[in-house]
Design a protein around this ligand. Sequence first.
Ligand SMILES: [Mn+2]
Length: 463
Amino acid sequence: MQYLAICEDDLLFQFMRKSVTKRSEVLFLVHDPEAAKRIKRHGGSSRWAELEKEETYKKIRLDHIDQSILFIRNPELREEIYSLLRRLKQDLPILSLASEEEASRDRNDPALRQLPIEDIFQEFCGPQLLDTLNRQKVEKIRSLFGDKDKIHILLQHDPDPDGIGGALALRELLGRKRATTPIVTFGGVTRPENLAMIRLLDVQIDRITYEDLHHDGAKLALVDVQPPYFDRPLKHVDLVVDHHPKRTPFSAGFTDLRSQYGATSTIFTEYLRAAGVEPSQRLATALLYGIKSDTLFLERGSHYADLEAFTFLYPFANRAMITRMERPALPRADLEALGRALSRLQLDNGVAVIHMGEIKREDVIPQMAEFCLQIEGVDWAVVSGLCGDRVVISVRNVGYVKSAGDILKRLFDEIGSAGGHRSMAKAVVPIERFKEHFGEVSEKVIREAIVSLIRQREQELRG
Ligand SMILES: [Mn+2]
């Protein structure tokens, strides 16, 4: 295919640069000699000419052109060139880029296609323009750490795919290796899918103590989590990138919180794109899985940005590997706990509350809450269980009144830790403190506390 792009300057070339320099079949015919030079300098093929002269097109030999692109902002000049081309070659395919108003005018010319520039900008340039913001952030992030610094990337107590994906991306953005930039946690990976992920992607997550966190002046980067999440204050935090709502004020050298996003991996995908870093298959797979699992395949709490990041990562990722991560085997004992809990299920105006008692694996609680949402008539699923010396409560919500995070925070933040999004949230409270506050840990107590707040919220919204 031979393309002829007729332009006043090199603007179109700059937009198309990536694709046209790889393929030399696009000849840019430009009005401005300086622009013609710039195009050549950047590896494109160009010719300077007087665009309104018939001579110009005779020299080019339109017979060899399969497709012409007209990007002329001056409407009179555009019209003039269009008529000229038509006169010289009746069936020459012309793609004309014009304003929406002009492009919508019917020309009764089957070989002419008119595209509104606005649409093109929207599609190709919108994300790129926004990226200046991300580019600045990437620069700032890179400036935080010196070459000799050791960096600890700290995740939540039970690192999940979103945190792991973000951590790998941060390491990539900084051009670092595992040895100087380890991913650390005070807890450990427990969920079977997450264990499968770190095994399949060969991700090492080290357990660390508070004492060792700042050992030898190591710098600290928090990914998918904020300083107040931790039981003990962290000494110095250099970076926080997270999508959870801000709970308590904190200070850090660099902070990027985007609570409207469904995943921290989305933020890091934007950084990578802005920095022009093409993700490896391993990194893309981790980020894609992070977005997928945090947003339940883009369904819950997700934002247009999550979809956009997902689309970008998809071709780079190993989807077969993600499928293998997603099918973790449920232990028999936990299946039985699910069964017992279900048999006790009581529905109260769309609110399903289940207390599972003692359970072995904490991740069964959110899985159960997720599952309960599928029961007919359930808008709110509240599932709790006892893990060691803690009460863990997970809330999911599909209805009109969405304030899962707020409600858990109001109830449990004082006596434990609580947070989350409008539609999914979690609270963890030491059993002793729970008892001091509520008298006992039971379905009844949890139901009464949560249902009354949900009703209150509904009333506020109606009122
Ligand atoms: Mn997350």
